[in-house]
Design a protein around this ligand. Structure first.
Ligand code: 13P
Length: 256
């Protein structure tokens, strides 16, 4: 069964007040593709203004702290994201796993904290180039996934997993179709092993150098239920063709 595709933008550390008009342009154009879920994960400080500018459109955070509140200078709790108008958050992006030394256990705690207040979660995993070269990508990503997933899926909030090979992020390099298919099938099997039938409904996104030129091909691969898009999500002119590519693939067969 094909899941409704989710195309989420990760604006990373980009976005000022002047860019709210771009968010508006994306939200307006996305309405033409009701068969695709579209979201933008913006810097925490922009969430409230973005959510006010585009009511009804999904605005998300890029990280969350696992504690409800407390002495955590500079951090943002799940309730704060929700309070600002976010409906989802990314957790475990490789840039945070690397620069902030986030462990799988922390990522899992963050995912649980977000889901518990009703925020949808996009949980990121992915291997380095060295790991891929050594032929250890599937084993490494499987171990990362198993250790990062929340123990159970309860409540209304939705979990999605984003497979983002680190070597494909911002490089213009993309794994081959069979490499993406192999990894997504592995992730699906692990989700089923963890959550039973519910694991069938968890969307698995691909991320890493998704562009208008390659999106259609990527979305046609089995178990690719959407994309997490970095650079190409900053401008409606790049992002909306990716949404359109997801819409075009909906209802068509996928390639195993
Ligand atoms: P790019 O699309 O810029 O490669 O970034 C991918 C990414 O890291 C999204 O989270």
């Amino acid at each position: 069964m094909a899941l409704k595709k989710l195309v989420a933008g990760n604006w990373k550390m980009h976005g000022l007040s002047a860019d709210l008009s771009e968010i508006e342009a994306i939200a307006t154009a996305a309405r033409d593709y009701p068969n695709v879920d579209v979201a933008l994960c913006v810097p925490a400080i922009l969430i409230e203004r973005a959510a006010r500018a585009v009511p009804g459109f999904s605005i998300g955070g890029q990280d969350v702290h696992d504690a409800e509140q407390g002495a955590h200078t500079g951090c943002t709790s799940a309730l704060m994201l929700l309070d600002a108008g976010a409906s989802l958050t990314i957790v475990g992006h490789s840039e945070r796993r690397d620069a902030q030394r986030e462990s799988n256990e922390e990522v899992r705690a963050k995912a649980e904290a977000a889901l518990s207040v009703g925020l949808d979660v996009i949980l990121c995993i992915g291997e380095s180039f060295d790991v891929r070269e050594r032929g250890a990508a599937v084993d490494t990503v499987t171990a990362q996934l198993d250790a990062s997933l929340p123990p159970s899926l309860e409540g209304e909030a939705e979990l999605a997993v984003a497979y983002e090979p680190i070597w494909a992020i911002g490089t213009g390099k993309v794994p081959t179709g069979p490499q993406i298919a192999e990894m997504h099938a592995t992730i699906r099997a692990r989700l089923r092993a963890r959550y039973g039938a519910d694991g069938t409904h968890v969307r698995i996104l691909y991320g890493g150098s998704v562009k208008p030129s390659n999106a259609g091909e990527i979305f046609a691969i089995a178990d690719v239920d959407g994309a997490l898009v970095g650079g190409a999500s900053l401008k409606a002119a790049d992002f909306i063709p990716i949404v359109a590519a997801a819409a075009a693939v909906e209802g068509q067969g996928t390639i195993a």
